[in-house]
Ligand binder design. Sequence first.
Ligand code: SF4
Length: 364
Amino acid sequence: MSDKPSSLSPDETERLCAKPLAGGRLSREEGELLLHKGDIHKMGSAAHEMRLKVANPGIVTYVVDRNVNYTNVCVSRCRFCAFSRDIGDDDAYINEYEPVIRAKVAEAVELGATQILMQGGHHPSLPFEWYLELLRSIKRDFPETTLHSFSPPEVVHFSALFGMPVREVLAKLRDAGLDSLPGGGAEILSDRVRSEVSPRKCTADEWIGVMREAHAMGMRTTATMMFGHVETYPERIEHLERIRALQDETGGFTAFICWSYQPENTPLGGTAVGGLEYLRTLAVARLYLDNFTNLQASWVTMGPKVGQLALYFGANDMGGTMLEENVVAAAGTAYSMTEAELRRLISAAGFTPKKRTTQYVLLE
Ligand code: SF4
């Protein structure tokens, strides 16, 4: 999907953007129009105005965290994925708690990490007890750490593999130490898109269903969107519509994060959308998701410079320091930064950096 020329005038764009700024709500049609044809400068300044209204205006938050992948073995074989492997592949792995994961968490905690974002492929035969013991072990040895782990497709995979309702899977994971769920695996919440790029992964309804159950149990989660592959603009808006509706219902999402598809080494291939397309999508997300406080800048995929620009297109949070990132890196693009570098980037963009918890509580 390529960047398209704007065809709404600046004044027309400004009129549409004024609606959420005045407390109204963008319709699907208005969202599509902005995404497709809105004037990028007007959308950016409206998204920034909205961000200044709903989130603390002088600061940009971030969390110190580490991504830990417990296995790259996956039966889903999503076409946009360069990370997964089959059992028996030379580079297929399972990371056990001792010694690998314990050492990774210890190193992260040493560097000030408060959050562990643990995710993996959909392994066909690891028993449920293996996952529960992993959570218990981390909580036993690192009780202060927030376990922000297992995205909805993994939960649906566990539910099918172990013959347990989603609610029971979540309850057992929570009892073993799980604190919150990352919103990964949402890609685009449209079954037309999912049947094309990830036919073996959970449906849009199942993704929403896991989040609804998690929120009902008092767990907070994030929501994500990976765009710029086979979806249309209306399907991007359909995605935003679904998460806005669930947020109306539960209020359980802490943040929204969007990033663009990274095609390198993937079966789907194609080309990555540019920074402009990312910024216009982010701006529309800020204006459309009027019930979200926090939107993250995706510097891991878009790079530090676009990450800084994102802070003027609706984002108020820099996400995690990502001490380790393997999934995006496998698809060719992943930037990494130390906490000091991240803070410098935020300050240079004109904001005060503030370290936070997974639940957006300020730590300084
Ligand atoms: S994106 Fe996740 S579920 Fe899909 S193939 Fe890759 S590891 Fe498996």
